[in-house]
Design a binder for this molecule. Sequence first.
Ligand SMILES: [Zn+2]
Length: 502
Amino acid sequence: MKSKIITLLLLNVTLLAFGQANIMDCVVKNSDLPPPDGVVYSSDPNLYLYGDPLVFNVFYWQVRDPNGGFGGQEFSQTKVLENIAYLNKFFNQYNIFFKYRGYDGFDTPANLPLYELTYDEELEQWVCEDTGQLDPNGYGFIDRCQYSQFGSWVESQGYKVSNAINIYVPYGSQFGGASFGSKVILKIDKLTDSVVFHELAHSFGLAHTRSNMELYSSERATRDPNGPFYYNADTAADGLVQTAAHDVFYDRVCGDGNDPACYPTINSEACSVDQYSMETDYDGRYTKPHIAWGDVVNLMSSAYLCTENYFFPAQVNKMRSYIENSYTLQGLMTDVAALYEPYAGIYTDGTPQVATGSPLFQPGFDYQFLNCYPDGGYPLPSDYYDTSFIYTDGGFWWYGFSKDIDPSNYYTIRHKDRYAIRIEQIEQQPRKCWNTGQGAIGGTLVKFNDGVLNTNVTIQPQDSTAINNPQFINNLQPGLYNVIKTYQSGETQENIVQKNNN
Ligand SMILES: [Zn+2]
């Protein structure tokens, strides 16, 4: 006997039936989210640019099938670090940051019912029908009938880190992404897709801009509070006046807006639609797409895959306000100091360092590691708030990494002895000077015999006693030198010295 779950799915029939405009296929409904709060959010970006940085912990879970399989796909720490980098590279412009807290994984139950999503003509609803069979994929492949059960199941199993955003990564899903507050589902091939930003925005209280999704959130096109048509931009859909009432686009030369054959081609390069495109609001009133209001480019619209999607300032200010007032979200956050802590590797306070074991930092920021002193002053890294150390800026005495570093090089983002960390996305002040004072294990003195930088040189090897002598440079005869120190990590430090007579 078949049982039906009539569900809270409330799937938009048009969207599901035609798949139009639904490349991302987010399963979140505006009615799952806090209703519009009537606040008119500022569209001033300075509010968030000069606000406090907001930093979230993120933990990942690999979601496998009942036999431990992952659909033949690869899952690795590098994969989830790609997501952390992707999140930071986008959200940092809004003064929101993400701290990687690790990953784990689990097999899912073998006895889950296998549902089929069908349209019930009598009920005029999409329903989940129990086929009476068992789902061989468990939650490894999550379908539209399973995602809310999955959310409850992980809670019951303890597959959740309480102080972090938990990102669950199955190998497949019948949708692009899902968000339930602190829990987000993103299949493995969506980890670096703009659906990531869209789902996180749901977690941060942002709704779709769609005009016709559900009754309470049906938005009308007018932006004139005193106009002839009922104005509800501040209380419908996403509750934001800055974003347009958005439904579906269609080509008015082709025909009716309900005919999927008339949906226009989206220009994903320009994030635009063609000149014949119209859209409709809740009342079926036709309007030209509001490109300036981000109908296409807006991440919370139907989310076309533009080359560049973004949020509007009012959306960002609403998200940040929601975060700052949410007790639940506050519990998932950490402070900026956490971004200066490694996710792997250890600091040692004087035992020999090897390059492969030094502390590792997450990708997605522009890092500069700057030489810092005094030698031996910080056998373990200085406190985040202690900026009394000396550092050199530029020259030979630094190394760095781009936020766009290739995943194959993530393992090279390391904090080496004698360096402090600058994260350019946060501030210019370097932090966490680490200088064990072990000194160099040896070195070389290169004298430029002509007093200029050329190849006429005399080279003298130096032992550790000589090269570490604080008077080493003072004791040099007048001339031009390159003092090269070699450290246990294998790296070298070069210092061009012009020694004068005085
Ligand atoms: Zn969504």
